[in-house]
Structure formats: C-alpha cells, structure tokens
Design a protein around this ligand. Structure first.
Ligand code: AMP
Length: 511
C-alpha cells in the first residue's frame, strides 16, 4: 500500500514524499483509514513504529476538510508525557503539515512560559502539550480548549506511570464531547483500558508489533559482575573498547551522577543526563554528546527519551532494566541506520529474574563474556593506580538541587523541593511543573522505564531529522526560568485577569 492509496490530501502526500517515506508503516496502514472516517482510534504502538504520522496525517487531512468548530480557537490538542516527546510530535506535525498553512505550537514545563504564550497569542490550530504546563496556561487563561475537535493522548501508559492521570481527566473534561479522539499507548494494562473507555467512543482498535526485531541487529553480550565491581568494569571497558559514542543506562539519577564521578576520577570523560538536571544541563549534555565533545553519556531511561542519535556504537546496561521491553528499547539505540551495534549488560545476582525475562523476549540466550582480562584484574586491585583524574564537572551539569547532602530521607525531602505554600486563593505557590516532578519522583529515586521507551527500528531511514527537531524546539524554549517574583513577572501578573479555576475544572489533588 502507498500513501496515495490512503487517499490523503495532496499537501500531505507532497510532505511525506519529501521526507522520503515511500510506504506507510503497519500502524499507519491500520490506523489512517479509520481515523480518516472520523472514528476514535485506540492504538497499541510504541515509538519507532511511525505512530506519530499514524495520528498526525489523518488529523491534518481532516483539519483541511472540515470547518473549524470555533474559528480562531485551538482545533487539535495532543497530550504528551514528556517535553522531549512533545517537541518531537510538534516537529512531526510541522513537517507533515508544512504545506497546509496550519499553525502549530508546543508547550511544556520547566522553561520560561513567555515564548509559549507569545505563540499561543498568535493563534494555533494544533497544540502539543505536556499536562502540567497546559493546566497552568489554562488557569492563566492563555489556553482555551472549547474549540478542540481532535484530541490525541500519546504514550498514555507513560502518562499514567508519571502520575498524570488526574491532570488528564481534568483536561479531557475541558475538551468538547463532540470530538474525535485518538489514544496511543505502548502497553494496554487494565487501567489504561479503563481510561480509554472513559475517553473514547466506540474506538477502532489497531496494533503494531513491537520493534523487537531491533534486538537482532545488535551484538549482545553480558558480564556477570557484582555490584561493587561494576564501576571498575565500566572504566575498564571505556578504556579498552573502540567506540564512537557510548550510552550507559543506569536505573537511578543518583547512580548516574555517581558513575560519572567515578569515571572522571579515573580519567574518563563522561556526562550524566537525568530528570534531576536542569533543562539547561540536560541540553548541554546532549549537545556535547551530539558534537562528540563527550563520547560517554550516562543516562536514566526517562532522560534518554529525547535522544535521537544514530551513531551510538555501544549501549551498556550498567543496571539491567526490570522490564524486558525496556532492554529492547535501550539496545535499539545502537545498531541504527544500518550500522552494527554492541550491547553489553552487567548482570548481578538480583538481576537474574529480569535477565531471564529479557532472554525470553529476545528469544535467545545472551552470550556471557568473562571479566578476566589481566588489565581489568589489575584495575580491580588498584583502581586509582596510573590514572589522571579529571576535575569534577562544573555547576553546568550539577543536579537541580545542588544543595543536597547525603541521607535517604533528606534526599527524598529535597527531591520534593521547597515546602508547599498556598497563596490566598489556596493555590500551590510552586509552579505546576515542579509539582509534576513531585508526582514523578514521589517515593522513588528510581526512574523505572515504562515499557514504551522509544526504540526506532534501525532498518528504516529517518528522513525527519529529530536532532534538529529537538534542537529547534529547544532553542525557543530552553531559556532559563525567570523567578516568579521578578518585578516584570509581578507587573505581568497584575495585568492578567484574576486567576480562577476554569469552568468545570476540578481541583487538582495533591500527593
Ligand atoms: P514515531 O514512531 O512516530 O516516533 O516514528 C519513528 C520514526 O519513523 C520517525 O523518525 C519518523 O520520521 C519515521 N517514519 C514514520 N513514518 C514513516 C514511514 N512511513 N516511512 C519511513 N519512516 C517513517
């Protein structure tokens, strides 16, 4: 089947042809014909399957076909769990819709809202948003959802995992009932089905096979290694392997920072990327990795989501993930664009259960490598011998909460950020984004990767340049937040109408 067979409008066919798409992916073939009829769609598909075009193309087609319900108002709302995914979806809409004359905007938290509100003021047809910032801007009356005709929930399972369920329900309550809804999730556990039942009306179910074949393109191996030896084995591999870029996955933010510190102590230049870093520090670490200034990036699963770099020669699972699908997604970061890739996992005793799940999913036993190289054994005896430490990274890559001291309870309290204060109207004084972080971080330093972590199948060309997509979104928005108490912010707040919850907006529950 071709895109022409799908009977998409000419401006869309022109755009996909320019992007080099020759034929629709399976999820596109399945979803687009139904979505074009106006039916609700419940899609089970992961990132990497082409699911963005599966909802974006029919929506763009229908936007041109049917009149706006309320001229001048937002017609499409796409909800995304993370800012990185939001930026990517926005970029895809722009690419597919470049000949439609439609207007696009993306909003997400953690960055200055002014460029976002500026673009909203100019008028938007398609808005991609993360839930927290969207609710903030709704409360500030920058966003009006009363004209929405198309609602998309992308990576719904991840949104639930990140604690956005109440936010989603509040947002959906503000969108007109007469709409078309497209709901995508990588997995369909019962709570996702329940959520879908309440949001969708007689949906058509479509499904795309997970890109588990990715695993076949990657040379996989593992070391059985005790927890204490992991860092030394990592240092040994990073000193002996031939690599272009190495992406090291760890399970906690703290673990990522610790590994970077250890590598630098042993003269190996590495940077960390995780959810506790400032947006600026994350952007810098990514740019350094892209430009090869840093060849080793140590990441948690969630933070690695925004990463779309082809030339990663090695993925190292410093910690084996609990979810077998996450393993497949992680190793799919290497061996892309026709290149061969290596995935090396460190397996300690507590990982045995996860390892057998992984081996079942990838359908093979992962060959074991023995850590008995004399250089490694020597390093094990004398980790600090003959190395020239690198200085600790400067403030640029410090975690957000730079004032941390040790101690698990204190750590969790600091993760929660400043104590909540309510203003006269009973609103939480911290910005919603930091409250969103609370939801995500509550009770866990672990950024357990939900199974929908992206994995772009290495067998497909990727004409849409995600790196520049991410960057162009970043350039607009990744500006430092101005403190809310600045004179300019206060003057602005005065000029705004008083904040009162929008009609029908139930109070946000706090956890
Ligand atoms: P997604 O699952 O939407 O994140 O898409 C994964 C990647 O596949 C993106 O880089 C898209 O640009 C690319 N892609 C989507 N549809 C097609 C297609 N029909 N042909 C080739 N590449 C595609």
């Amino acid at each position: 089947m071709s895109f022409e067979d799908l009977k998409l409008a000419a401006p869309l066919l022109k755009a996909v042809a320019e992007l080099g798409y020759t034929q629709p992916t399976p999820i596109q073939t399945k979803a687009i014909p139904h979505a074009l009829t106006g039916a609700d769609v419940l899609g089970c598909a992961q990132t990497g399957t082409g699911k963005t075009a599966a909802f974006a193309l029919p929506i763009l087609h229908r936007l041109m076909e049917i009149p706006a319900a309320a001229p001048g108002k937002i017609r499409v709302l796409v909800l995304s769990p993370t800012r990185e995914l939001a930026a990517q979806i926005d970029e895809s809409f722009r690419a597919y819709g470049r000949y439609t004359g439609l207007r696009f905007a993306v909003i997400f938290g953690g960055v200055n809202q002014n460029p976002q509100t500026d673009s909203l003021r100019k008028g938007v047809d398609v808005l991609v948003a993360t839930p927290g910032r969207l609710l903030d801007l709704i409360e500030q009356r920058f966003v009006d959802l009363s004209g929405v005709q198309f609602l998309v929930l992308d990576e719904a399972d991840r949104m639930l995992d990140m604690g956005f369920i109440l936010d989603i329900r509040r947002i959906v309550a503000l969108v007109p009932k007469a709409r078309q809804t497209l709901f995508f999730s990588a997995t369909m556990p019962p709570e996702i089905r329940r959520l879908a039942d309440t949001i969708l009306s007689r949906p058509v179910n479509v499904e795309a096979a997970p890109p588990a074949t990715t695993a076949e393109k990657v040379n996989q191996s593992l070391y059985y290694v005790g927890g204490r030896e992991k860092s030394i084995l990592l240092a040994h591999l990073l000193s002996t392997l031939k690599y272009s870029r190495v992406l090291v996955f760890v399970k906690t933010k703290h673990g990522a920072d610790r590994a970077v510190k250890q590598m630098r102590r042993w003269g190996i230049s590495a940077e960390a990327i995780h959810g506790d870093k400032t947006q600026g520090a994350r952007t810098r670490a990514l740019e350094n990795f892209k430009s090869l200034k840093t060849r080793i990036l140590i990441a948690t699963d969630i933070a690695a989501r925004g990463l779309d770099i082809d030339d990663i020669s090695h993925v190292i699972n410093y910690d084996i993930p609990h979810e077998a699908e996450t393993y497949v997604h992680r190793i799919g970061r290497t061996g892309r664009a026709g290149a061969s890739g290596e995935a090396i996992s460190f397996c300690s005793v507590e990982d045995f259960g996860s390892l057998s799940d992984i081996q079942r999913l990838v359908g093979r036993k992962i060959p074991e490598l023995k850590a008995n190289d004399p250089a490694y054994l020597e390093r094990l005896q004398h980790p600090d011998r003959g190395v020239t430490p690198l200085p600790d990274l400067d403030e640029a890559s410090e975690p957000v909460h730079a004032h941390r001291s040790r101690g698990a309870r204190g750590q969790r309290a600091r993760d929660r950020g400043p104590r909540r204060q309510r203003d006269a109207r009973g609103h939480d004084s911290r910005d919603r984004d930091s409250r969103d972080r609370d939801f995500r971080d509550r009770g866990r330093d672990r950024e357990a990767a939900p199974p929908s972590a992206p994995s772009d199948g290495g067998d497909r060309s990727e004409p849409l340049d995600r790196e520049s997509a991410y960057e162009s979104a970043s350039l607009d928005f990744f500006k430092p937040q101005r403190p809310e108490s600045s004179p300019r912010a206060r003057a602005k707040a005065k000029a705004l109408p008083p904040v009162k919850p929008a009609q029908g907006l139930p109070r946000r529950s706090q956890g």
